[in-house]
Design a protein around this ligand. Structure first.
Ligand SMILES: [Cu+2]
Length: 406
């Protein structure tokens, strides 16, 4: 026996161990779900491997970025959020711990980083670049595109502009006008947008047959992958269904008049048309899969918009009072519909008000043969009125009990 156990052997051990333990102590490199933490501009990353639990409790092999400066260091899918201010020197040290060549590219960033770099097995490369103009970015392994990206090597990057009240360094006149109007006009009573009112919805699609090939060290032909990929799982920030619908890192939450920016990034293979209820959104920026980026000239007001594989788009969710709630708009909802807000239906509290976002590409709403509850679905919640008072919380139902019979 060799005196060291290879990373792969170690991981296999963990897989067997977990199956045998069935709910006991889980050793090894399993990923917690929905981990998304704000990270700074100097990070040590590794390209590694991990077993990621799906919504049906199956563990699926992934390639993953690992934040070596994390506490504790742990791989994550998506990779850690890199957040910077325009012009700041971003410094990323990336070590490839796998046995094949991997890469690193920031979609939309200029220069070498935009073109991507290759990292040999065991090699460490340092990438330094000034944070590009304010906007949403995705970093990923661009080798054997789109295979390595879809198999887990992707993550979000947010760059905030140095100045201004928008997420962009160069807002178009109409986007500037939209952000100027938030909280200052009769149409948008409430507050301006604040950078902390931001959510990332990073989509991915997973066909475990190909993940298994990667686990077994079989080469994956990109053309064959494009043709034969048949995703079984659809995720937002690594989660599906009930998990993505209840994770506060994913779900925008605020009172009426507290607009949120949603940065949508599609790392997966399928195009999708995320559709949101209760509010329409403003499409403020779009980036194509080739890295061409633009802040929108004409700000569309939509309840759904198509996100293609590898593309990014920003939505401004105004958090207006949902126009489908009838009644005098001057009366706060807590006074207008107090009985409704106090209801608990089927064990679900009706306050705060929750509205779904689901994909209009029907396949994305299934996962592992399920329907809506397991697919690429999330939502947002409205917690209170425009005057800054939260809705009363409806009483909790019997803990975890079945819904009342009607
Ligand atoms: Cu709908």
């Amino acid at each position: 026996m060799a005196e060291t156990i290879s990373r792969r052997e170690f991981m296999r051990y963990a897989l067997v161990g977990a199956a045998a333990l069935a709910g006991g102590v889980v050793a090894g490199r399993y990923l917690p779900l929905g981990r998304q933490v704000i990270y700074g501009i100097r990070r040590n990353l590794a390209i590694t491997e991990a077993l990621v639990q799906m919504v049906d409790q199956t563990f699926v092999y992934h390639w993953a970025f690992e934040d070596l400066s994390g506490m504790p260091p742990m791989p994550s899918v998506p990779g850690p959020l890199i957040q910077a201010i325009e012009g700041e020197e971003v410094q990323l040290t990336v070590t490839n711990t796998l046995r094949d060549i991997h890469g690193f590219r920031v979609l939309g960033a200029p220069g070498d980083v935009g073109a991507g770099i290759s990292i040999l097995p065991g090699e460490t490369k340092t990438i330094e670049f000034p944070a590009p103009e304010g906007g949403s970015y995705m970093y990923f392994d661009h080798i054997n595109l789109p295979v390595n990206r879809v198999l887990g090597l992707h993550g979000p990057m947010i760059v905030l502009p140095e100045n201004g009240n928008t997420p962009y360094s160069k807002p178009t006149p109409n986007v500037q006008r939209l952000f100027n109007d938030l909280g200052t006009t009769g149409h948008f009573p409430g507050e301006p947008w604040k950078p902390e009112r931001t959510r990332i919805w990073l989509f991915n699609s997973i066909d475990p047959r190909f993940n298994e090939m990667a686990e077994n060290g079989q080469p994956i032909d990109a053309a064959r992958f494009r043709e034969e990929v048949l995703p079984r799982y659809f995720t937002i920030n690594g989660e599906s269904g009930a998990f993505s619908s209840h994770n506060h890192h994913t779900v925008p939450s605020g009172r009426i008049g507290q607009p949120h920016l949603i940065r949508i990034m599609n790392a997966g293979m399928n195009s999708d048309s995320p559709h949101i209820h209760g509010n329409h959104v403003y499409l403020t920026a779009r980036d194509d899969a080739a890295g061409g980026r633009r802040v929108e000239e004409n700000v569309r007001f939509v309840d759904t918009f198509t996100s293609e594989s590898g593309e990014l788009m920003d939505w401004l969710l105004p958090m207006r009072r949902p126009p489908d709630i009838p009644g005098d708009e001057r009366v706060p909802l807590r006074e207008l519909i107090p009985e409704e807000l106090a209801l608990t239906l089927g064990g679900v509290r009706q306050s705060p008000l929750k509205y779904p976002m689901h994909g209009h590409n029907e396949v994305s709403q299934s996962a592992a043969g399920g329907n809506y509850p397991q697919g690429m679905v999330t939502g947002y919640e409205i917690t209170g009125d425009l005057d800054g008072v939260d809705f009363p919380q409806s009483p909790a139902s019997e803990k975890g009990g079945p819904p009342e019979a009607h």
